[in-house]
Design a binder for this molecule. Structure first.
Ligand code: PGA
Length: 249
């Protein structure tokens, strides 16, 4: 089965509404035709404007986080329904910055994934080991624990729309990209885990993105690996010309 690649920008806490609109306007003519699906995870405040601007383009707009509850007294939180309403089609869940800085647990992330599926938002579920864990030779154990903890029991159709992002924490924003070999071995491990739990069809359907210092000069080699189905791009997704070079890997 051939999997359609996804190149997803993750803007983190960057860009106002006007900046987001002008980015989408500049990016759109640069990406057609594109062999990959182009996703942009923008700040909550810019979702509506970016989604409106992206309407006649292939760009898909999404969010970077959400709560797992439908509504209620949770000051400062945002619900899946609100993201959908604003025009989000997908949501990044369990990014390492959420896990590390804001203390999100596998259990919390699992509830969010369940909610995203219920509300029809495509979840991009992030996992990744830190440098100490990698150096101690525990990377695969850590990833397996995160996969087991962060993913609910999935149906066949949920597997089709699930996206996993492997982002080694030591490679995020550090300029230190995992070698294509490390990335491939790790992606293969994740796919094997899906296979052991859901069978070969599910394993060949699930998309696994790599994230961590992806740039125009390393994307080609990464995308040549058989188990890498795309990229989650932080810093290099903030300028349309740089991001479009990654999209045309
Ligand atoms: P980076 O971030 O590309 O700036 O390393 C990736 C991410 O955190 O998703």
């Amino acid at each position: 089965m051939s999997r359609q690649a996804i190149i997803c920008g993750n803007w983190k806490m960057y860009k106002t509404i006007e900046e987001s609109k002008s980015f989408v306007k500049s990016l759109a003519p640069l990406i057609e035709p594109s062999q990959a699906l182009v996703y942009l995870a923008v700040p909550f405040t810019a979702i509506k404007a970016a989604a409106d601007e992206a309407q006649e383009t292939p760009i898909v707009i999404g969010a970077q986080n959400m709560n797992d509850i439908s509504e209620g007294a949770f000051t400062g939180e945002i619900a899946a329904r609100m993201l959908k309403d604003a025009g989000a089609a997908f949501v990044i869940l369990g990014h390492s910055e959420r896990r590390q800085i804001f203390g999100e647990t596998d259990e919390f992330i699992r509830r969010k994934v369940t909610k995203a599926f219920q509300e029809g938002l495509e979840p991009i579920v992030c996992i990744g080991e830190n440098l100490k864990e990698r150096e101690a030779g525990h990377a695969h154990d850590v990833l397996q624990k995160q996969l087991e903890g962060s993913l609910p029991t999935l149906t066949a159709s949920q597997i089709q729309s699930l996206v996993i992002a492997y982002e080694p924490v030591w490679a995020i924003g550090t300029g230190k990209v995992a070698t294509a070999e490390i990335a491939q071995t790790t992606h293969q491990f994740c796919r094997e885990w899906i296979k052991s739990k859901y069978g070969p069809e599910a394993a060949s359907a699930v998309r696994i993105l790599y994230g961590g210092s992806v740039k125009p000069d390393n994307i080609t080699e990464l995308m040549q690996q058989p188990d890498i189905d795309g990229a989650l791009v932080g810093g290099a997704s903030l300028q349309p010309d740089v991001f479009s070079q990654i999209i045309h890997y």
